[in-house]
Design a protein around this ligand. Structure first.
Ligand code: GDP
Ligand code: MG
Ligand code: K
Length: 298
């Protein structure tokens, strides 16, 4: 271990669309977490590893927290609770341009029981007047005691350095857990699956989002053309949804595949041949074993 080297785990928590993925991607400088206007896009923990000369930060993007409605919700809660317990420090990210909401309050309730230090990150300062920022700080300080409070704009990159410095203050001396060039610890399968899911979410209408799961069955390089063959299945819950994802004459599925392929090629740096199927699996969200098969982990 290097003398004086610091390292540790940092969990990111916040309700959907506050800018968790944007923050992570800004820090890591690469598209790892998935961004979408639709809530709950990030359903698994995506680890990003940020390494400097004297420290290594391992970020864990906890799923959007909601009151459990079905098993996937409970599963996400469990993942979130474990994550919070296991990390050095918690980044609680809020959207400063909106009033505190029930989602924030729910997370605050959850955080009341944790002994892990909490940094309140007020994101989207580019959207508010400084007076409003000060008012918001008072609102949140009344609800919970925070170890630090840092305003940022994840989108514009304002004050990110300051936040990283504050986080560094919570890291103990420790080893370099990951090689310095390792940006994500996630299996490529999962990220590829998320890219496909992201395209499907963007292109289909509002009623589908939560009903889509993607399983990447195979990723294999073919020797001749140097292309990577990716085979994946998009799971939906109803026949009608299957029809929507496939589209007239397969048009929608083709478009999903086309867009996903571009992103996968950028991510992996190789030409990709993408084969997509669509299958109906009733109630897949309520089937624990099925959820595990798709890569959601405890
Ligand atoms: P997540 O659900 O918490 O991961 O949120 P995302 O990172 O996906 O961001 C949700 C939306 O907020 C996206 O449209 C982002 O571009 C936007 N956003 C994130 N951070 C900022 C910010 O600092 N300022 C502004 N104006 N928009 C932001
Ligand atoms: Mg996200
Ligand atoms: K999102």
């Amino acid at each position: 271990m290097n003398e004086g080297f610091k390292s540790g785990f940092i969990s990111i928590i916040g309700r959907p669309n506050v800018g968790k993925s944007t923050f992570m991607n800004k820090v890591l400088g690469q598209k790892v977490a998935i961004m979408s206007d639709k809530p709950q896009t990030t359903r698994n923990k995506v680890q990003g590893v940020y390494t400097t000369d004297d420290s290594q930060m391992i970020f864990i993007d906890t799923p959007g927290i909601h009151k459990p409605k079905h098993q996937l919700g409970e599963h996400m809660m469990k993942v979130a609770r474990n994550t919070l317990r296991e990390t050095e420090v918690i980044l609680f990210i809020v959207n400063v341009s909106e009033e505190i909401g029930r989602g924030d309050e729910f997370i605050i309730d959850m955080l009341k029981n944790t002994k892990t230090p909490i940094i309140l990150v007020l994101n989207k300062i580019d959207l508010v007047h400084p007076d409003e920022l000060i008012k918001q700080i008072e609102v949140y300080k009344d609800k919970l005691s925070f170890s630090d409070i840092v305003p940022i704009s994840a989108l514009q990159g304002n004050n990110i350095d300051k936040l990283l410095e504050v986080i560094g203050g919570y890291l103990p001396e420790g080893p370099m857990y990951y090689p310095a060039d390792r940006v994500t610890d996630h299996p490529e399968h999962f990220i590829v699956g998320e890219l496909i899911r992201e395209k499907a979410l963007h292109l289909t209408s509002q009623e589908i989002p939560h009903a889509i799961g993607v399983e990447v069955e195979r990723m294999k390089a073919d020797k001749e053309g140097g292309k990577l063959k990716v085979q994946a299945t998009i799971y939906v819950e109803r026949d009608s949804q299957k029809g929507m994802v496939i589209g007239k004459g397969g048009k929608m599925l083709k478009e999903i595949g086309k867009r996903a392929r571009v992103d996968i090629e950028n991510l992996l740096g190789s030409k990709v041949y993408l084969e997509l199927w669509v299958k109906v699996q009733k109630d897949w969200r309520n089937k624990s074993s099925f959820i595990r098969n798709l890569g959601y982990r405890d």
